[in-house]
Design a protein around this ligand. Structure first.
Ligand SMILES: [Zn+2]
Ligand SMILES: [Zn+2]
Length: 338
């Protein structure tokens, strides 16, 4: 049985499960709710499809693979439009209309989008946005799934970017996030998603932010900053990632240097990665000169610093040179050096 309560979050913003909707409660009468944002596959009663109600339905599942960014803009706008005279302004409408955001249980999806709204509108951190939702209801669970939480952090880090192409270009963290779920797409029902393999190219014009990695032997460009997935070495001395087992050698302490450069799956790796369907791992050779430059393992792998990455697609630092957009080598003492 879903929770029947309609929770007042902040001013005229409410969260609930689907239950009050299924019960066809008179939400305008009880809470002055005029906008109902339904984040669920379930059918919404016809009652809410006409005046005084406006219903927006978003069919999004509640798993970490599901991507929230395409919906944030529309939902933020609808909330603001209901409450404020002008969606960009702070002056509330005299009518005092309210908005209900509900999903199935009122725990993850609805909370996620209310967080996104509060973060954007009031420049709150994710933590403070969650606190604003939870503070009056200490016994009720309001908890976006772990994937939605990470996407909200990315939303914050990128100053409220929702455009997927911009995220891909500007947020290494988003690229890392996508990677985690890529394997599902890649091997899902033999339906290989070709878009999952990124092209690597040099910029047409000088670009100070650009860098690339070229094969040491033949100087072929193998990766660049747009496909590079950074990682932070584990730094806490209690972090188990710092100690790992090396075959035959017992427990090893990780080195404080990274030997791996992790990347997204790249176009030139595609044949190699897809040729052996049975194996989720293998070596990566330079596509020009065939010398070994890295490895991939969809189940994950560890950098020399101890950091565990899933999936693990990497070039060995020792097998590539880092270059800038003029083709000049970036040496180890350069602040741009990876
Ligand atoms: Zn590392
Ligand atoms: Zn090569």
């Amino acid at each position: 049985m879903e929770d029947p309560t309609i929770y007042r979050i902040l001013g005229p913003i409410y969260i609930s499960s689907i239950l009050p909707i299924e019960q066809e409660q008179d939400l305008f009468e009880s809470h002055k709710i005029t906008t109902i944002i339904s984040i669920t596959d379930s059918d919404i009663p016809i009652k809410y499809k006409s005046s005084p109600y406006k219903n927006i339905q978003i069919k999004l599942n509640d798993t970490p693979q599901d991507i929230i960014f395409p919906y944030i803009g529309e939902i933020n706008y609808s909330i603001a439009e209901t409450i404020y005279v002008n969606p960009d302004m702070v002056k509330p409408k005299l009518s005092g209309n309210a908005v209900l955001i509900h999903c199935q249980s009122g725990i993850s999806r609805s909370v996620t989008f209310v967080c996104a709204y509060l973060m954007n509108k009031f420049k709150l951190s994710l933590e403070n946005a969650l606190h604003a939702i939870r503070r009056n209801y200490p016994n009720r669970t309001f908890e976006p799934n772990e994937g939605f939480l990470e996407q909200l952090e990315i939303y914050n880090d990128t100053e409220y970017t929702t455009d997927l192409q911009l995220l891909k270009n500007n947020s290494p963290r988003w690229r890392g996030y996508r990677m985690k779920y890529l394997i599902n797409q890649l091997y899902d029902e033999d339906n290989i998603n070709k878009d999952s393999f990124s092209e690597v190219s040099k910029p047409e014009i000088n670009d100070n932010l650009w860098f690339g990695f070229q094969c040491c032997k033949c100087r072929t460009l193998l990766a660049n900053n747009l496909v590079y997935v950074p990682h932070l070495p584990p730094f806490d001395k209690d972090d188990k990632q710092l100690f790992f087992y090396k075959r035959g050698l017992g427990n090893q302490i990780a080195q404080n240097k990274c030997t791996h450069i992790f990347t997204e799956p790249l176009n030139w790796m595609k044949d190699k990665i897809l040729e052996n369907d049975d194996s989720l791992q293998g070596r990566l050779d330079c596509y020009k000169c065939n010398s070994k430059v890295g490895n991939y393992n969809w189940k994950g792998g560890r950098c020399s610093c101890g950091k565990w990455m899933i999936p693990s697609i990497y070039l060995y630092k020792s097998k590539v040179n880092q270059i800038d957009s003029n083709g000049k080598l970036i040496l180890q003492n350069d602040p741009r050096a990876i």
